[in-house]
Design a protein around this ligand. Structure first.
Ligand SMILES: Nc1ncnc2c1ncn2[C@@H]1O[C@H](COP(=O)(O)OP(=O)(O)OP(=O)(O)O)[C@@H](O)[C@H]1O
Ligand SMILES: [Mg+2]
Length: 351
C-alpha cells in the first residue's frame, strides 16, 4: 500500500505531446479514475506509472521513492491491460498464477493464492480452459484475477470493462468496487465512460489532449465543472451549454433569457445548466421556443429545443405530451446556472 505521486510528468514523442505537466498526488488506498476521450493520454500516463513507457520529463514516486529508472518488474505494481494481455497457450489457472512465478513467490503458496483470486473473479468453472475458449467477459476476469493474485502496492487498470456487454459491465463494475474496498490497494483506473468514473472513483481526473482539465470528487466535477470541456463530458445527458450575451446579470440568446445572474461578468458567455435541474412550465419561463424533439426515456421524457445553434434538453415527467414545433416553455432558475467564458471555456461563476 502506498501513496503515488506524479510530479510534472511529461511524455513527448518528437514534437508530439502525449501527456503534459501531469501533476497529481494519489493517496494511499485511493481509487483514482483517469477519465477522458480517446487519445487524451490515459494509457500513456498508466504506462509511465507501470514503467512500460519512459518519462520524458518529471518524476514518478511510489511511496517516497522515485521510480523513474526502475524496471516494470521492480515496481510493485499490477496492471490490467486495455487488451487483456493473456498468454494464449496457458490455462486460466496458469495465467493467473503467472505473476507469482515471475515474482518468485515460494511455490508452496501458489495454489492458495491462485484459488483465492479465482474465487474473487468467479472463474472456478473455467480454470482449465485456455483464453481462446472463453468469452470476452471471462477473459477480462482472468486479466483481473491475474492482477489481484498478489497484493501489489498499486493496481493499474486500463479500461478493464471495455470488452464486456452493458449488463456484465455493471455487475463487474460493482465487483471491482467491492474488491478494492476489501483489498485497500491504491488504484488508478482508466476509462472513457463517465458513468464508470462517477460510480467507482474517490477522485476523478478529467483529461483532454494530454492535459488535466480538472481533479475532484465525482460530486465536485458534476456540480462545479471547471470548464465547458468537463461540463460537456460529465453527466448523461451532458450539461446544456448555450452561447449568448450577459449584460447586467441578464443572459440572453435566441429563445432564452435568464435574469438574476452575477452582474460582475459581462460579454460573450456560455450558459450551462443540467437537464434535470430545469422544469417545463406554462408561464414565467426563461425558455420559450418551438420544441425540436421529445423522447421517452422510460422513467422520464426528454424535451429538446434548438437554441442559438445548440441543442438544449430538459427532463420532464413521462406523461408529458407536446407536438414537435409547438412552443414549449421551461423554467431555468438563475441558481442552477453555470457561466463560462465563451472564448476560453473557463468557468466564470455559479448563478
Ligand atoms: N508510441 C507512440 N508514439 C507516438 N505517439 C503515441 C505513441 N503512443 C501513443 N501515442 C499518441 O499519444 C496520444 C495518447 O495516447 P493514449 O494511448 O495514452 O490515449 P488514451 O487516452 O489511452 O486513448 P484510448 O481511450 O483510445 O485508449 C494519442 O494521440 C496517441 O496516438
Ligand atoms: Mg488507452
Amino acid at each position: 500500500m502506498a501513496r503515488l505521486q506524479l510530479k510534472n510528468v511529461n511524455k513527448r514523442w518528437g514534437s508530439f505531446v502525449g501527456v503534459e505537466n501531469f501533476d497529481l498526488d494519489i493517496a494511499d488506498q485511493e481509487f483514482l479514475v483517469l477519465l477522458g476521450p480517446s487519445g487524451c493520454g490515459k494509457s500513456t500516463t498508466m504506462r509511465m506509472i507501470a514503467g512500460l513507457e519512459d518519462v520524458t520529463d518529471g518524476q514518478i514516486l511510489l511511496g517516497d521513492k522515485v521510480v523513474n529508472d526502475l524496471e516494470p518488474k521492480d515496481r510493485d505494481i499490477s496492471m490490467v491491460f486495455q487488451s487483456y494481455g493473456l498468454y494464449p497457450n496457458l490455462s486460466v489457472y496458469e495465467n493467473i498464477r503467472f505473476p507469482l512465478r515471475v515474482r518468485k513467490v515460494p511455490k508452496d503458496q501458489h495454489h492458495d493464492m491462485v484459488m483465492k483470486a479465482i474465487a474473487m473473479v468467479e472463474l472456478e468453472d473455467f480454470m482449465d480452459r485456455r483464453p481462446a475458449e472463453l468469452s470476452g467477459g471471462q477473459r477480462q476476469r482472468v486479466a483481473l484475477g491475474r492482477a489481484i493474485v498478489r497484493k501489489p502496492t498499486v493496481f493499474l487498470m486500463d479500461e478493464p470493462l471495455s470488452n464486456l456487454d452493458a449488463k456484465l459491465r455493471v455487475s463487474t463494475r460493482a465487483q471491482i468496487k467491492n474488491l478494492q474496498s476489501k483489498l485497500k490497494t491504491t488504484t488508478v483506473y482508466v476509462t472513457h465512460d463517465q458513468i464508470e468514473a462517477m460510480t467507482l472513483a474517490d477522485r476523478v481526473v478529467v483529461m483532454n489532449k494530454g492535459k488535466i482539465q480538472q481533479v475532484g470528487t465525482p460530486t465536485d466535477i458534476y456540480d462545479n465543472p471547471a470548464n465547458t470541456f468537463v461540463a460537456s463530458f460529465i453527466g448523461s445527458p451532458a450539461m446544456n451549454l448555450v452561447e449568448g450575451r450577459l449584460e447586467d446579470g441578464v443572459f440572453s440568446a435566441d429563445g432564452i433569457r435568464v435574469e438574476g445572474l452575477p452582474a460582475s461578468a459581462s460579454g460573450n458567455v456560455t450558459l450551462g445548466f443540467r437537464a434535470e435541474d430545469a422544469e417545463i412550465v406554462e408561464e414565467e419561463a426563461q425558455i420559450s421556443a418551438p420544441m425540436y424533439s421529445i423522447e421517452l426515456l422510460g422513467e422520464a421524457s426528454m424535451i429538446t429545443w434548438r437554441l442559438a445553434g445548440s441543442l438544449v434538453s430538459i427532463k420532464t415527467n413521462k406523461e408529458y405530451r407536446a407536438e414537435i414545433g409547438e412552443v414549449v416553455k421551461a423554467r431555468i432558475p438563475a441558481a442552477i446556472c453555470h457561466l463560462f467564458d465563451t472564448k476560453t471555456g473557463e468557468r466564470i461563476a455559479h448563478g
